[in-house]
Design a binder for this molecule. Structure first.
Ligand code: BTN
Length: 267
């Protein structure tokens, strides 16, 4: 782990370390910063933070012997999935939440469910993941997986547009969260998960069971920007695809963004 104070983007620092050749294939490097001046989100969005309120971190991985990156780049999505799972497990532990309260919104958003009577009534995003890869197929192939988590504070102060959909962990749970303890626990869990991935084991059961969108009616924007709506009938543990039923036909969506959850599945 390398800890920094203020950076432009931890993803950029991670990439710079990879290009400088200081990351060994069997020892991924985690960069953590207190604040970012140019944090990036998915799809060209910005990721805003107030200093000292979140966890901003990027994992730098290089392909090669002993690496969690499989030789087949079609499996690299699993690194981002394991990162989200490590953080989801750590959050539930830190906040004393019931298992399953933290969900994954495909592909890798971390959300906190509002559960009433065993049923998810609504949810708010607390974290997101941005993966960037380079030199695919070559000896020097690399992957950066950046994860941002809002631990405390009011995100609507950063951007009023986030007020309806996003929040911080402390606001969602109504409990104080020890950021350092959460970080230490998440890193320990991540190490275990990356070790398992390097041995070819992916935690498909936990990945499936945390999926928020299972059974939901959604609208999404596919990788090429096309609008698609349908019902989520599965999450494919081999390809990472979201499986949608669209007018009775199943479609596997490999990349995209769910723009609207029309109906939350019950339970
Ligand atoms: C998203 O939900 O759109 C993804 C957000 C990813 C934000 C994290 S914060 C640490 C890392 N550095 C960045 O510039 N982005 C990621």
């Amino acid at each position: 782990v390398e800890r920094l104070d203020a950076v432009d983007s931890t993803n950029d620092v991670a990439r710079a370390r990879l290009l400088a050749g200081v990351v060994a294939a069997d020892t991924p490097l985690l960069i953590r910063a207190e604040t970012q001046s140019a944090g990036r989100g998915r799809r060209g969005r910005a990721w805003l933070d107030a200093p000292g309120t979140g966890l901003l971190m990027s994992l730098a991985l290089r392909a090669g012997a002993g690496s969690p990156l499989s030789p087949d780049a079609d499996r690299w999505w699993r690194v981002a999935a394991e990162f989200s799972l490590a953080v989801a497990d750590a959050i539930e532990d830190a906040a004393g939440m019931q298992i399953g309260t933290v969900g994954l919104k495909w592909p890798n958003d971390l959300v906190v469910r509002n559960i009433e009577g065993g049923v998810t009534r609504s949810f708010r995003k607390v974290g997101g993941v941005l993966a960037e890869a380079g030199d695919a197929g070559s000896e020097s192939a690399w992957l950066v997986v950046g994860l941002g988590l809002n631990v405390r504070g009011d995100v609507s102060k950063l951007d009023p547009a986030l007020a309806a959909t996003a929040t911080s962990l402390e606001i969602a749970t109504g409990r104080p969260i020890d950021r350092e303890a959460l970080f230490t626990d998440a890193v320990a869990r991540l190490e275990g998960r990356l070790g398992a991935l390097a041995e070819g084991r992916f935690d498909v059961a936990n990945w499936r069971s945390r999926q928020l969108l299972e059974g939901c009616e959604v609208e999404l924007e596919g990788g090429a920007g096309e609008a698609i709506s349908g019902r989520v009938v599965g999450h494919d543990g081999a390809s990472g695809a979201l499986i949608l039923s669209v007018d009775g036909t199943e479609r596997a969506i490999l990349a995209g963004e769910v723009t609207k959850v029309v109906r939350i599945a019950i339970p």
